[in-house]
Design a protein around this ligand. Structure first.
Ligand code: GAP
Length: 468
């Protein structure tokens, strides 16, 4: 079946339901920066929590770090970013626009969209020159050259420069990892495709320090583990692949890199990179800082510079992939449009639904009184109060029950609990499941345990057909 999730539909849903919208919108927006609203915050936080869970809670060989965005400028000399973190850029003297010289074939001429930049009769492109992607700013009150600092273009370097600190306080020995989630900034020449490529974004990076001879096996381990993470969280396996880089694609620091790629509406694109960075970073920072960045093994009396395996993911890009993967439109039986029963089917209707893994869904349960009278809102609020300490719960009494179900479908809420006239008689409610639309009657006592166990159960995308 063709995928329904075009980027336009995802953008429209995100804006309609307040997940993600253009930043500084009242001033016309600011080139490719985005703000996250209530559901977007909850959703992206769940993605990050799942990453922390995989890195910290499910292992005991990784520790957390939160390093500053502004770092000593020598960091970026040592890392190679100051000299080499560049994209080739051309300017058009006619329209004043700037383009990635290596992406011209994928871009449109702003004057003549049927042509690529440089192909139109009026195009007048400059020679390509290197453009550094780091944002510069000035530290302190005096704007001289010595005060220039950079917004970090990756979280990784904050980990390398803290290697010695962490080694001391964490009492770990290789193999061990340092994990960090945080904002990174890149002055991308051609950002685009919503939050796929932006100038301000969040990364989830982990640097795993290993004895040099163990690097190949840990590289294999992390490729496997990172693929499994996406699969466990419900990304369809037929939309996910691992692609090993060819030798001419490798970054200067890497001896091997593989990308986890997802089939976005724009085609197969990088979701995460897993790289064998060797001893490049620690050696560079040791040279530039004069600090010894190595490990001394007291048992073997061996001293060595650990090698690094790095799984580097983007929180925004992962969030986008989960959104795209979950988006569905389908015809469903009308639900409860008679207004007096939650399941009174009447005719068919279309719904837009996010079939998100329950652990990622921004809201887990919606509590809905069928009518706004007869004591139903009071019981619904009592249920809300009991559930909300345990799971993200929302109360909604506005509009027909069918409309309220549709609203919850659009934000991917896995369960709706409906209070109706029978609830007042026997303290039972209906639990409606998002994907199957199945409804069952259950007692209010034990409702929290029932929902918690269902939310924790393994989950597979209902969009995934066949055995893949
Ligand atoms: N430390 C290695 C590193 O930063 P990268 O491939 O440049 O590697 C890692 O970035 C991940 O960060 C990417 O796979 C992507 O998910 C995310 N990312 C990179 N640039 C991005 C951008 N401009 N907008 C959104 N996400 C980005």
């Amino acid at each position: 079946m063709a995928d329904l999730a075009s980027m336009d539909k995802i953008v429209a849903l995100c804006k309609r339901r307040g997940f993600i919208f253009a930043s500084s919108e009242i001033y016309g927006g600011l080139g490719s920066t985005y703000d996250y609203g209530h559901y977007g915050v909850l959703f992206k936080q769940n993605v990050k929590n799942e990453w922390w869970r995989a890195m910290l809670s499910e292992r005991d060989d990784i520790v957390a770090l939160d390093s500053a965005i502004l770092q000593h400028p020598r960091t970026w000399e040592a890392s190679g970013h100051l000299a080499g973190f560049t994209d080739p850029m051309v300017d058009c003297r006619t329209c004043g626009q700037r383009f990635r010289a290596d992406h011209l074939r994928d871009l449109q001429c702003p004057h003549k969209p049927s042509k690529h930049p440089g192909e139109g009769p009026q195009c007048d492109l400059t020679e390509a020159r290197d453009f550094n992607l780091m944002f510069e700013t000035t530290m302190g009150p005096v704007k001289d050259s010595g005060a220039t600092v950079y917004l970090r273009p990756e979280t990784a370097q904050g980990i390398f420069v803290n290697f010695k600190n962490v080694l001391q306080f964490s009492r770990k020995k290789p193999p061990f990892g340092i994990a960090q989630i945080g904002k990174s900034f890149r002055n991308e020449i051609t950002p685009g495709n919503f939050v796929f490529r932006t100038r301000e974004f969040e990364q989830m990076e982990m640097e795993f320090f290993v004895p040099p001879d163990e690097a190949p096996q840990w590289y294999e381990h992390w490729k496997r583990a990172r693929m499994e993470w996406y699969v466990e969280l419900g990304l369809r396996t037929d939309h996910l692949r691992l692609r090993e880089h060819d030798a001419d694609e490798l970054s200067h620091y890497s001896s091997a890199t593989a990308d986890v790629e997802y089939l976005f509406p724009i085609g197969w694109s990088e979701l995460e990179g897993i790289a064998n960075r060797g001893d490049f970073d620690l050696t560079q920072h040791a040279d530039y800082s004069g600090e010894k960045l190595e490990y001394f093994d007291p048992q073997s009396k061996e001293r060595y510079v650990p090698h690094v395996i790095e799984p580097a993911a983007g929180a925004d890009r992962a969030t986008l992939a989960f959104l795209v993967d979950a988006y569905d439109e389908e015809d469903v039986p009308g639900e409860g449009r008679t207004g007096d029963t939650p399941s009174g089917a009447q005719g068919g209707e279309q719904r837009t639904v996010l079939k998100l893994h329950p652990r990622l869904a921004p809201v887990k349960v919606a509590v809905l009184p069928l009518v706004r009278k007869d004591g139903q809102p009071e019981v619904a609020r009592e249920i809300l109060a009991a559930l909300r300490g345990r799971m993200q719960t929302e109360y909604d009494e506005g509009g027909s029950i069918g409309k309220r179900y549709r609203r919850q479908d659009e934000i991917g809420t896995p369960f709706c609990v409906t209070v109706d006239h029978q609830t007042l008689e026997d303290r039972s409610v209906t639990v409606r499941e998002r994907d199957s639309l199945a409804q069952e009657r259950v007692a209010i006592d034990g409702l929290g345990d029932l929902l918690a166990s269902r939310l924790a159960a393994p989950w597979r995308s209902p969009k995934l057909t066949g055995a893949s």
